[in-house]
Ligand binder design. Structure first.
Ligand SMILES: *Cc1c(COP(=O)(O)O)cnc(C)c1O
Length: 363
């Protein structure tokens, strides 16, 4: 791969590590001794099963997975899980708790309302600066089947500084934009899910980490291919899984392990985010971050220009500088720099340097 001088700050599908692109080139387009490349292998064959096994073992290692959890590799994205979580986890219950922390939480709630009564967990504090729901003990009705949170709100640029504790109620998290970006205590969760195109590879795959006892709750009407229990029993191969995306996720897991695991990812992500937030906070109000300092996402840095008329010129000048995909989500506007695991410090440095230069020219 040529050394990169342009940077892609897209929120997803997002940049992949250089080393993963190189290994992908050598494994996707070159046939092995079995006459097949990674794009061509049957999912029932030993070669793909070895890929799947290795990806699962690597992920379990990275997460320091406690006993009693299953890892599933399912087709689709997080949006599918917005419906599949209630279908699989309600059991006999009629209610579940959801924390409204922003854009993705609201989409999850909208879908859950079709399956159950949604009880509001401590939620979004709508006024600026934005803050995540409070940590500590959440006192929820005991008949809630689970409590759903979105620990990193990709669109809002908001992250939970600490996890809530819903007591005996299983904690379920849409971890799409934060899984593997920092160390995580899996034992706190009943279910974690993440679609792959932010930090785990390419679109088409959703990774789930689910506590074994929850597998028994699936409603009889859940389609077999969408049943956590049926897929766990079938090792995620009840039907053809997204083999390409699983292969690439395995390469990403290898890369994370070689780079020092989740502690190293967390430290690098904090440093990159600090670089860009410093460029915002040090601009004398030229750039502004709408999120309260303690609740700022380390991987989705959201900001805007005090003078909104400069937003389009900023985006055009940034692209001319090789800094791409900085436009904020259409729902909230402004700007957003996604700094997931695969973004090197050099990308954050290039952005911060450009921001200072642009502010100097227009202040
Ligand atoms: C990107 C994202 C989603 C949507 O994922 P899809 O794969 O498009 O379904 C959901 N939740 C969060 C937190 C996200 O970042």
């Amino acid at each position: 791969m040529n050394p990169t001088t342009t940077w892609n700050f897209a929120a997803g599908p997002a940049r992949l590590p250089d080393a993963v692109l190189e290994r992908a080139r050598d494994t996707l387009f070159v046939r092995g001794t079995d006459g097949a490349s990674a794009l061509e292998r049957p999912f029932t064959g030993e070669a793909f099963r070895a890929t799947l096994r290795r990806a699962r073992e690597r992920l379990a290692q990275l997460l320091d997975l406690p006993a009693g959890y299953h890892i599933l590799f399912l087709a689709g994205g997080a949006m599918h899980q917005f419906a599949l979580v209630p279908m699989n986890l309600l059991g006999g219950a009629r209610r579940a708790a959801y924390a409204d922390s922003g854009y993705w939480a609201q989409r999850a709630i909208a879908e859950a309302c079709r399956y159950c009564e949604v009880v509001a967990a401590p939620g979004f504090e709508g006024d600026a600066p934005l803050a995540a729901p409070p940590a500590g003990q959440w006192d929820l009705p005991a008949d809630c089947a689970y409590c759903h949170i979105t620990p990193n709100e990709t669109v809002d640029g908001l992250a939970y500084p600490a996890l809530p504790d819903p007591g005996d109620i299983p904690l379920v998290a849409d971890a799409t934009s934060c899984l593997l970006t920092a160390p995580l205590d899996v034992a706190r969760f009943g279910l974690l899910y993440a679609s792959a195109q932010k930090n785990l590879g390419v679109a088409g795959l959703c990774v789930l980490v689910v506590r074994e006892d929850l597998l028994e709750r699936a409603a009889p009407a859940v389609p077999a291919a969408l049943s956590y229990r049926r897929q766990a029993e079938a090792d995620s191969c009840l039907n053809t899984p997204p083999t390409l995306a699983i292969h690439l996720a395995g390469l990403v897991f290898d890369w994370i392990a070689e780079a020092g695991g989740l502690a190293a990812m967390g430290a690098a992500n904090r440093r990159k985010a600090a670089t860009v937030y410093a460029a915002i906070d040090g601009s004398g109000g030229f750039y502004r971050a709408p999120v309260a300092a303690a609740h700022r996402s380390p991987v989705n840095v959201r900001f805007h220009l005090a003078d909104d008329a400069l937003t389009e010129p900023f985006l055009a000048a940034a692209a001319a500088h090789g800094l791409h995909n900085l436009r904020g989500h259409r729902q909230v506007g402004g700007l957003r720099a996604s700094l997931y695991n695969a973004m090197p410090q050099a990308g954050a440095d290039a952005l911060a340097g450009f921001m200072a230069e642009f502010a100097g020219r227009h202040a």
